[in-house]
Design a protein around this ligand. Structure first.
Ligand SMILES: Cc1cc2nc3c(=O)[nH]c(=O)nc-3n(C[C@H](O)[C@H](O)[C@H](O)COP(=O)(O)OP(=O)(O)OC[C@H]3O[C@@H](n4cnc5c(N)ncnc54)[C@H](O)[C@@H]3O)c2cc1C
Ligand SMILES: NC(=O)c1ccc[n+]([C@@H]2O[C@H](COP(=O)([O-])OP(=O)(O)OC[C@H]3O[C@@H](n4cnc5c(N)ncnc54)[C@H](OP(=O)(O)O)[C@@H]3O)[C@@H](O)[C@H]2O)c1
Ligand code: SF4
Ligand code: SF4
Length: 511
């Protein structure tokens, strides 16, 4: 039975290079890579050699005969991407040429110049660690990673949900990268406070800013900052032991919470709030969150989308995973038939089919997650004490291909806890240009750009480069692009010398 890629896939494509028969798609060279929700194994060409299993940093690839019940739907999902026998809607129509054993060999190019290259990287999240990995392939390169927190790896530690243990295991890969003797990691060092950017530019020939998009997008509606309204950033930090959110007060005393936005973060938050706390004891959830969840009165979490299911921001693998772990409720009237909708790519079509299947099920008792579509938040309603007691929502219809138009109907959804989960946003870095509209640092292939062109020796990668979207693995290709530009500049003699070589620090500071 062929191997199967499952929910934990974060799209870094390591498996692609391990597979001797090139049956894992899309590859980084193919259309769809970078936007695909995961990678898939073509069951008709997989020869069951198992090489991809050990290449995968998050244990997402499972031999078909070892799939658990929760993972079983992923066998069909993988196969469906290649099945062009039916309606011709396969994501990766099979090209016989691709069946050749042509997996590219992932060999670093040899640099055209000798001499040492010292690079400073700000941040230790996935984009920073993938950039470090890419640089450290070259023996003349040393890397110093500067991280403001006392524990490394950014959102891989403080974002990824505590019950997604396979995904969190990507930190083992980052740990390996950090243990390279030519990699120095300085924790508890904030650039802009403990050291300036100019300090770094004096120490290193090149600096890569990989500081991520640390704030949430703000919802601008009445009472949006009332007690009882929190951002997903805060709640995620609270349940993931982020030191900035240890003391967050989370009011779980009412029977309903509303999550505004329906991306993957909203699904994480809704799942944790409705999970059986006993099932969370073997996860990495913070002790304070577990204690609070044990006495939670929440019975229902409403996940609010301003558009319909066709445009829902959550991905199919996450919906499949949620469906096996939570009690989801969907109004059948909200789900269009996948056959009736003009839009439709195979992934969206499969998403609609699964939502329709969920909607058709009889309601189950117990804590539930209710998907509500076509509703925009227009205000937070508050009780006489000023605490949030609901969300006023305006009903919408979809207009054009992806816009919305209010129908004029409004209603209030009662809730004592309201979470905004409408995406993240980068913040300006003193001394660097900033695109305030997109919340990113402007760049050309990773070279930071100001009005006069590239700033010599200054690079950017990750969420602060491309905006807050994509999976952990997306940062690998993103950082590869930035590092390629940096090395080209090094070879072109455009990176000046530096004052002092970086000092080594004890790896025991890694947590
Ligand atoms: C809640 C949540 C859950 C997610 N779950 C998944 C998942 O399950 N699977 C998946 O594939 N993807 C997931 N993602 C997406 C994934 O986490 C991101 O793609 C990835 O973390 C972005 O990497 P980054 O390096 O750009 O930023 P980050 O991971 O945010 O890293 C930035 C780092 O820079 C540090 N930093 C910032 N400023 C400074 C400074 N001035 N000085 C020193 N250090 C600084 C920060 O402390 C941080 O450690 C999730 C995202 C979120 C928000
Ligand atoms: N397990 C995983 O793989 C995983 C887990 C977590 C996060 N991630 C990734 O991390 C990235 C960030 O995720 P995210 O969930 O924060 O962001 P996201 O996917 O961009 O979703 C944001 C949601 O907020 C809605 N929204 C935005 N502005 C709004 C407003 N003013 N009013 C109401 N709704 C509004 C969006 O609706 P519209 O679509 O209508 O704009 C969308 O539903 C994503 O790429 C995600 O896939 C992955
Ligand atoms: S088991 Fe072997 S042939 Fe199948 S996808 Fe993995 S590496 Fe490729
Ligand atoms: S996480 Fe990476 S190696 Fe694992 S299945 Fe996904 S793309 Fe392949």
């Amino acid at each position: 039975m062929p191997h199967v890629v499952t929910q934990a896939c974060c799209g870094d494509a390591s498996c692609v290079y391990a597979c001797p028969v090139n049956c894992i798609h899309p590859t980084p060279e193919e259309p769809g890579f970078g936007t695909s929700e995961m990678l898939y194994i073509d069951p008709s060409t997989c020869v069951d050699c198992g090489a991809c299993v050990s290449a995968c940093p998050v244990g997402a690839i499972v031999p078909g005969h070892r799939l658990t019940d929760d993972q079983a739907p992923f066998a069909d999902l993988n196969a469906a991407q290649f099945d062009s026998t039916g309606d011709g809607a396969a994501s990766f129509p099979v090209d016989p040429a691709r069946r050749l054993p042509l997996a590219p060999i992932d060999k670093p190019r040899r640099l055209a110049v000798d001499g040492p290259l010292s690079v400073g990287i700000v941040g230790s999240g996935p984009s920073a660690m993938y950039a470090a990995d890419e640089l450290l392939r070259h023996p003349q390169v040393t890397v110093t990673v500067y991280e403001r927190l006392r524990r490394p790896f950014g959102l891989a530690r403080y974002g990824v949900a505590p019950d997604h243990l396979a995904t969190r295991s990507v930190m083992r890969l980052f740990d390996d990268i950090a243990r390279n003797p030519r990699c120095d990691i300085r924790l508890g060092t904030t650039i802009g406070r403990d050291l300036t950017l100019d300090d770094l530019r004096g120490r290193h020939q090149a600096v890569i800013w990989a500081g991520g998009a640390p704030t949430d997008r703000r919802l601008v509606i009445d009472n949006a900052s009332a007690p009882g309204v929190l951002s997903a950033t805060e709640l995620v930090g609270w349940y993931n032991d982020h030191p900035d959110h240890d003391n967050l007060q989370v009011d779980l005393s009412s029977s309903r919470a509303v999550v505004i936005g329906n991306g993957n973060v909203a699904l994480d938050v809704a799942r944790i709030l409705t999970a059986d706390p006993e099932g969370l004891t073997d996860t990495t959830i913070s002790r304070h969150a577990l204690r609070a969840l044990r006495t939670s009165a929440i019975e229902e979490v409403v996940v609010l989308g301003r558009r319909g299911p066709v445009h829902a921001a959550f991905t199919l693998p996450e919906l499949i995973g949620l469906d096996t772990n939570a009690n989801i409720v969907v109004d059948p009237a909200d789900v269009p038939d996948s056959g009736d909708t003009a839009v439709i790519d195979p992934t969206t079509s499969a998403k609609l089919d699964l939502l329709a299947e969920i909607a058709a099920r009889p309601a189950r008792p117990g804590r539930r997650i209710r998907f509500v579509f076509h509703r925009s938040p227009s205000a937070i309603s508050v009780d006489p004490g000023g605490h949030a007691d609901g969300v006023v929502v305006a009903h919408n219809v979809v207009s054009g291909t992806d816009g919305i138009e209010p129908t004029g109907v409004t209603e209030t959804i009662d809730a004592g806890l309201v979470l905004t989960s409408i995406g993240y946003r980068g913040v300006p870095v003193p001394g660097l240009p900033f695109d305030d509209t997109r919340g990113v640092i402007p760049h050309d292939a990773g070279r930071v750009l100001d009005h006069d062109g590239p700033i010599p020796g200054m690079y950017v990668t990750g969420w602060i480069k491309r905006g807050p979207s994509g999976f952990i693995g997306t940062n690998k290709t993103d950082s590869a692009e930035t590092v390629a530009a940096l090395l080209t500049d090094f070879e072109g003699g455009m990176l000046s010398g530096h004052e002092t070589p970086p000092r080594r620090r004890l790896l025991s500071r890694l947590g």
